[in-house]
Design a protein around this ligand. Structure first.
Ligand SMILES: C[S@@+](CC[C@H](N)C(=O)[O-])C[C@H]1O[C@@H](n2cnc3c(N)ncnc32)[C@H](O)[C@@H]1O
Length: 154
């Protein structure tokens, strides 16, 4: 049963629509002390932008081909093959991630909304970053009409 003592996540979720919005969050969200996990990095285009703002970034993707190409194009950056749904593998990267960026194919459709929320909650619980930025038009639309009720007496 819910009560005021139980564990509550403090991670902020930032939902963006399209890659332009996803990338434009970087200067506002990422600071010089941040350690960033990027999930769904493809060839590392966003990884380059993240690397300019933070202490460390690891770009990850489920596709070994994408990671091979990312490593070839950006030999100075750190890339790993990782399935986003294998959160234990993300934990095994062994970094104190403070920000997570998530851009997975198919995450913008309304049918994916529950998967998006489940994945974000899983990362928030296990890694406890300050913020997770996700590219999901469906989550952005949902969040735009979603608010947490506060009782008037508080
Ligand atoms: C739209 S692309 C990402 C583009 C990239 N974020 C950028 O800014 O250039 C989506 C990526 O998600 C990856 N992907 C799809 N399912 C995944 C999963 N389960 N785990 C990790 N990556 C996944 C795909 O391989 C693809 O490279």
């Amino acid at each position: 049963m819910a009560n005021e003592q139980q564990f509550k996540l403090k991670t902020r979720y930032i939902a963006t629509r399209g890659v332009r919005e996803y990338r434009e969050t970087i200067p506002s969200v990422v600071g010089a002390d941040d350690v960033v996990l990027e999930i769904g990095c493809e060839w590392g285009t966003t990884t380059v932008l993240l690397a300019r703002q933070c202490r460390e970034v690891i770009g990850t993707d489920v596709s070994p081909d994408c990671i091979a190409r990312a490593r070839q194009m950006h030999p100075d950056l750190h890339f790993e093959v990782l399935d986003a749904f294998d959160v234990r593998a993300a934990l095994a990267l062994g970094r104190p991630f403070t920000k997570v960026y998530v851009d997975l194919s198919g995450f913008s459709s309304y049918r994916a909304l529950l998967d998006v929320i489940a994945l974000l909650t899983m990362y928030a619980t296990v890694l406890r970053p300050d913020a997770i930025v996700v590219k999901s038009g469906a989550l952005k639309q949902f969040a735009a009409y979603c608010s947490a009720w506060r009782s008037p007496e508080r």
